[in-house]
Design a protein around this ligand. Structure first.
Ligand code: BDR
Ligand code: CA
Length: 332
């Protein structure tokens, strides 16, 4: 893998519910020259935490990244049990029912919550957490060690719908809907948070040409991603009116490593509706007063991304495919 000289890589812990777009995010972070992926934790959401761990492990092996530890996290959420996932979106196995070759390594013994706390000591002051699933593991880590935020440089999280409708209910986005109590606890902690909501993730897509580029690659990992997308595109047909998909999780990953930069991202107070009414799971971002431009609230450490500087699709594919091409060359 090529690493840009003199640029220290960002130590990243990814927490995911692997998932088709999670697989893209994982592939991006595993191949980005800007990132040192120090661990992958899993949580239930698109699929169970156990299946997400196996998917992550197998995909990392295909990417030549058996060195990255994968640690299973919480199966159930803070106040309710895992509901079985969304096979209609991500397939029965989370990765569009594509059979990934079984990795020779194993999921690391232990729990993602303990692993995250341990890594926060090892990379104190430097660690970036990227979450692309429900925030259950993060809330549990905060409960177990309330000093965690003092050692974490940044939390970038895909979740919520700030000014657009939700994708599970009229107001709730899936990652927050799956564990609103956990999201509320994660957003109430005293750390720097970047929230990447549906407002921007739905604006970034891949289409059939992109999928065919992946399928035509020599890399088995890129091909597998192309196959997974077939299933994902079916789901998004009714939303976009053509075979394509939203790039929710990879956008959070690319914002974390600055492959894509927010251009509008006000620092505003956020809360999450944890009641049992129609607003359950809503991210409530106080965006009053932003009509004439982005306005930061004094002392607020949470920013909500509303626009970015360039489309993610080409950068995502180039990052994954140039690195997987190196892998093919060195195997030849
Ligand atoms: C989020 O929900 C999951 O289904 C996706 O993987 C993404 O993290 C989008 O709402
Ligand atoms: Ca996800």
């Amino acid at each position: 893998m090529t690493t840009e000289q003199n640029t220290p890589r960002i130590p990243v812990f990814l927490d995911c519910d692997t998932g088709i777009d999670d697989s893209l995010a994982l592939s991006y972070l595993a191949t980005s020259p800007q990132v040192h992926l120090v661990g992958v934790g899993t949580v239930s959401g698109n699929t169970s935490a156990e299946q997400a761990a196996s998917n992550s492990l197998n995909l990392l092996a295909m990417l030549g990244r058996e060195d990255v530890p994968v640690i299973q996290g919480s199966r159930d959420h803070l106040t309710h049990a895992f509901d079985g996932g969304v096979p209609e979106i991500h397939g029965y196995n989370g990765v569009g029912d594509v059979e990934l070759p079984t990795a020779s390594g194993s999921v690391t013994v232990g729990n993602a919550v303990d692993a995250l706390i341990e890594l926060s000591h090892q990379y104190a002051g430097e660690l970036h957490i990227v979450t692309v699933g429900p925030l259950t593991n993060i809330a549990l880590a905060l409960r177990q060690d309330p000093t965690l935020p003092s050692r974490v440089r940044h939390l970038t999280t895909m979740g919520g719908a700030a000014l657009v409708p939700g994708n599970v209910t009229a107001v709730a986005e899936a990652n927050i809907w799956n564990d609103p109590e956990a999201a509320a606890e994660a957003f109430a902690a005293d750390w720097d948070v970047t929230i990447v909501p549906l407002d921007v993730t739905l604006e970034n897509t891949l289409d059939e040409d992109d999928r065919h580029r992946l399928l035509a690659s020599e890399s088995p990992a890129a091909q597998a991603l192309g196959k997974m997308l077939d299933h994902y595109f079916d789901f998004y047909l009714s939303l976009y009116g053509k075979r394509s998909c939203a790039l929710h999780d990879p956008l959070a990953a690319a914002i974390a490593d600055r492959g894509v930069n927010p251009t509008v991202a006000p620092r505003v107070p956020v809360t999450v509706d944890t009641t049992d009414g129609p607003g359950r799971g809503q991210l409530i971002a106080d965006l009053r007063g932003q009509r004439l431009g982005s306005v930061d609230h004094d002392g607020v450490r949470t920013r909500v991304v509303l626009a970015t500087d360039r489309p993610l699709g080409p950068h995502l594919l180039n990052t994954i495919m140039s690195s997987t091409a190196h892998l093919q060359e060195s195997a030849a």
